[in-house]
Design a protein. Sequence first.
Length: 83
Amino acid sequence: MAKTQLNVRVDEGTARAARERALARGMSVNRYIEELVRQDTGEAGRTFVEAAADFMKSYEAVFAEEFGNHREGGRGQRDEGRR
C-alpha cells in the first residue's frame, strides 16, 4: 500500500503520550497512530472478523469431529427456559 505523509500538530503532552504508548507496544509512533485510526474507522475489527471466519472455515472439519455438529447448551435449550 502506498504511504502518504501526514503532518499533524499536537501539544507536547499528547506527543509524549504517543511516544510512550508506541514504545510500550514495541512500534513506531507512525504505526501506533495508523493503528489508532484504523481502529476508529473499524478496519481492524473487520480484518479480525474476516481472519476469524477464514480460520473457522479452515478448521471446520476438525471442530465438527471434536465437538460434533451441535453444541450442548445451544440456543434452543437456552431459549426454552425463557418462554
